[in-house]
Design a binder for this molecule. Structure first.
Ligand code: UDP
Ligand code: MG
Length: 188
């Protein structure tokens, strides 16, 4: 039940002075920060973080296509791999735009509950009360397509135990993660 998850406050969150507000939400839900640093990622790190996974490309292609069709907007991409590699290259550029904050948070169901407070990929569809819904709701597929860039959605969070493990080891050395007790531990 105890899980660790990787959270990145992307550069848009840093320049909008949202580091403190986002951290507060992570602490408020009862999670413990066990690692944190500011990193300006190099090309290798960014590429390893956003690997081109075929399953991810297929899912993103379908979701994004559906959103476009629902609104009667043309969707110019031929297939999931062409779409996936374009998004991947835009993601790498975005991740390297400036320094970001990398965090490892630990606690019961950490992966699932952080995804819940983050919201949906497109901030416009993300409900109020979520990080993306509260701080970036004007951001949409429509805007990101028009400007030929990825959604600027403030935050990354691991989406499964397998990705959490891979992403944590990519961003943190074992000695950069800390084991300590907090008053709240006895309540969980
Ligand atoms: N992304 C995008 N358009 C898409 C799919 C993804 O701009 O159609 C960007 C967006 O910034 C997102 C990131 O790629 O946060 C990673 O995509 P993922 O599907 O993992 O979304 P997340 O887990 O961040 O909600
Ligand atoms: Mg993701």
């Amino acid at each position: 039940m105890q899980e660790k998850t990787l959270i990145l406050i992307k550069h848009d969150g840093v320049v909008r002075s949202l580091i403190g507000k986002i951290l507060t939400r992570i602490e408020n839900i009862g999670l413990k920060v066990i690692g944190m640093k500011m990193v300006w990622a190099n090309e290798d790190l960014a590429r390893n973080h956003y690997t081109l996974d075929e399953e991810w490309a297929r899912k993103s292609f379908e979701t994004t296509k559906k959103t476009h069709e629902r609104e009667g907007k043309p969707f110019p991409h031929k297939n999931h791999m062409e779409f996936g590699s374009l998004i991947q290259s835009w993601n790498i550029n975005f991740l390297r735009e400036g320094p970001i904050i990398a965090i490892v948070a630990e606690g019961p169901h950490a992966i699932e509950i952080v995804r819940k407070i983050v919201g949906t990929t497109e901030p416009r569809q993300s409900p109020p009360g979520t990080i993306r819904g509260d701080f970036a709701m004007t951001e949409s597929y429509e805007l990101s397509d028009k400007n030929k860039r990825v959604l600027r959605n403030l935050i990354h969070a691991s989406d499964s135990p397998k990705t959490a493990e891979r992403e944590i080891s990519l961003w943190f050395k074992p000695e950069e993660l800390h084991d300590y007790q907090k008053e709240l531990d006895k309540h969980f």
